[in-house]
Design a protein around this ligand. Structure first.
Ligand code: KIV
Length: 269
């Protein structure tokens, strides 16, 4: 594909980390199955996150909390098989790592073994430093996720709670980086806080609702493709696929009902 960066090999965790030092911004999108992952991969996305947002956008639930480890592995395997170039990161779902570092190592190990993905993501900074260090110690690359942490929705009361404690955010980011995280997602934080964090840590920061000063950006693919109708301030919709699919479905149903499809040209002789 013209204009698409095509390295001779798949992007690795060290490549992803090095991008920051080399001044290359990183593009990340979510995918949950083979079809979507193959499209994003062929289009040249740098990394695909198998996010536990699958609870909302695939399963139709109101939060990420019900998503299980087995479900993440089922979806992660399809995505990792499709990704020929992009780095694949799989979310550790709610209560698959919070119990203890030992639990996290066991479950992250299952993700790497059973999906073929390169890395995992967990929510937390300072509070998960011990767990991040335990994963790093056994060479499981881990991305941290600070700011608004969707798995803590019961504490915040809502998903859209902007996190404004700049000192705590910086502590979280530094703790995650010092513990060995290879990257950090910054979700729903003021842009100044994101800028300060991005300047303070050597690993790439990947923003979502964190402004323009991060080292990269992640969006939930069904949102940015206009499939879900979710339109927060931080989102840019790059397509209106819900309308396109609705129109195509209506046209097909109408053609079938009216006997316009299939016609002679679609028939075997
Ligand atoms: O689960 C997810 O898709 C995420 C992104 C919103 C960063 O964590």
């Amino acid at each position: 594909m013209q204009g698409t960066p095509k390295p001779a090999r798949a992007i690795t965790v060290p490549d992803f980390v090095k991008a920051k030092a080399e001044g290359r911004r990183l593009s990340v999108l979510t995918a949950y199955d083979h079809l979507w992952a193959s499209i994003l991969d062929e289009a040249g996305i740098d990394a695909i996150l198998v996010g536990d947002t699958l609870g909302m956008v695939v399963q139709g639930r109101s939060s990420t909390l019900p998503v299980t480890l087995d479900q993440m592995i089922y979806h992660g395997e399809m995505v990792a098989r499709a990704a020929k170039r992009a780095l694949v990161i799989v979310d550790l779902p709610f209560m698959s790592y919070q119990v203890s570092p030992r639990q996290a190592v066991k479950n992250a190990g299952r993700i790497l073994k059973e999906t073929g993905a390169s890395s995992v993501k967990l929510e937390g900074g300072e509070g998960q430093a011990e767990t991040i260090a335990a994963l790093a110690k056994v060479d499981i690359p881990v991305m941290a996720h600070i700011g608004m942490r969707p798995q803590s929705v019961r504490k915040y009361g809502r998903m859209s709670a902007i996190q404004r404690d700049a000192d705590q955010l910086l502590k979280d980011a530094k703790a995650a980086a010092d513990a060995g995280a290879f990257s950090i997602v910054l979700e729903l934080i003021p842009q100044d806080a994101a800028k300060a964090i991005t300047e303070a840590v050597a690993i790439p920061t990947i923003g979502i609702g964190a402004g323009p000063h991060c080292d990269g950006q992640v969006l939930v693919t069904p949102d940015m493709m206009g499939l879900t109708g979710f339109k927060p301030k931080f989102l840019k919709a790059y397509a209106d696929l819900r309308a396109a699919i609705t129109d195509a479905t209506r046209a097909y149903a109408e053609d079938v009902r009216e006997g316009r499809f299939p016609d002679e040209s679609h028939a075997h002789k």
